[in-house]
Design a binder for this molecule. Structure first.
Ligand SMILES: N[C@@H](CCC[C@H](N)C(=O)O)C(=O)O
Length: 284
């Protein structure tokens, strides 16, 4: 069995895109995804994304496996890459798509300057929705204390389809990501693990972010994480609702709309190369 793929990235958060239009289930298994994401023995990526047949009123369904083989409900940088990939394989002049994800039906717009704008939906904020056992199930987790790696952190939790734990710090450069990141990810208060964002507020509409992703580790950018961070910034009165988020891979423009309470993300997505996966890798 041979499988064709296209490699894309959104601010250095990189993905293997698979045309899965003919089948409702991913044609690559989680075990194969781990191998494909390996930077030495595979193609190298933070995850594998599938363009699956439509569901409900969507044009397509998106699914994503992280580089550790776990599945996520949603991926912000990935959905921008998927939109460009779909435009390429459909080869039409459409600029608007509806994509069904684990966060529901999301609207995407390819903009004339090459950027992609995504309606990321409304954030979920209750502890039971994150999910986290920090605090009561029916309350928001805002500025709550969490002990991680022998230190007390003030955290705010946001679900953007996937779980996020946001913490504001003096200087993101000081965070020992490889040490604290895994301890947040696997903390017992997060039954489905968590993505963790470390945020330094430069001004009310400009923040710096570093991220430790569930199932992928330190990445150069995380779209859902940038959205969660702006929501957390508003909830804790540290930022405005329209913010430039600077990540190691570049900047995303995020707005938490006061009109429809949805989060809007605008950023780039770039094709890198196409290829065919060797049969021996698929057979593991
Ligand atoms: N990088 C992504 C998020 C990918 C999924 C995440 N690791 C998870 O398991 O929830 C983004 O850009 O949002």
């Amino acid at each position: 069995m041979t499988v064709s793929f296209t490699k894309y990235h959104g601010l250095g958060n990189d993905f293997i895109l698979i045309d899965n239009r003919h089948l409702p289930q991913p044609i690559v298994t989680p075990e194969q995804a781990i191998k494909l994401c390996d930077r030495n023995f595979g193609i190298g990526a933070n995850g594998v994304i599938f363009a699956l047949p439509r569901q409900e009123q969507a044009d397509y369904t998106m699914r994503i496996f992280n580089s550790d083989g776990s599945e996520s409900e949603m991926c912000g940088n990935g959905i921008r890459c998927l939109a460009k990939f779909i435009a390429e394989i459909d080869n039409d002049n459409k600029t608007k798509y509806k994509i069904y994800t684990g966060a529901g039906l999301l609207g995407i717009e390819l903009q004339p300057d090459g950027q992609v704008k995504v309606d990321m939906g409304q954030p979920k904020l209750l502890a039971s929705e994150i999910p986290t056992t920090l605090g009561n199930a029916d309350e928001k987790i805002v500025n709550q204390t969490l002990e991680v790696a022998g230190k007390s952190w003030s955290v705010t939790c946001v679900n953007m389809g996937n779980p996020h734990c946001v913490t504001f710090v003096e200087n993101v450069a000081d965070i020992a990501l490889e040490i604290v990141g895994p301890q947040f990810e696997h903390h017992s208060v997060f039954p489905e693990r968590t993505n963790t964002e470390f945020i330094q507020v430069i001004s009310p509409n400009y923040v710096k972010m570093r991220v430790w992703e569930r199932g992928a580790g330190a990445t150069l950018a995380c779209g859902t994480g940038a959205c969660a961070s702006v929501v957390a910034g508003v909830l804790t009165q540290r930022s405005e609702n329209k913010v430039t988020v600077e990540l190691p891979g570049g900047c995303l423009e995020i707005e938490w709309s006061t009109t429809d309470q949805k989060v809007y993300m605008t950023g780039p997505a770039e094709k890198v190369f196409t290829g065919v996966i060797n049969e021996s890798i698929m057979n593991l």
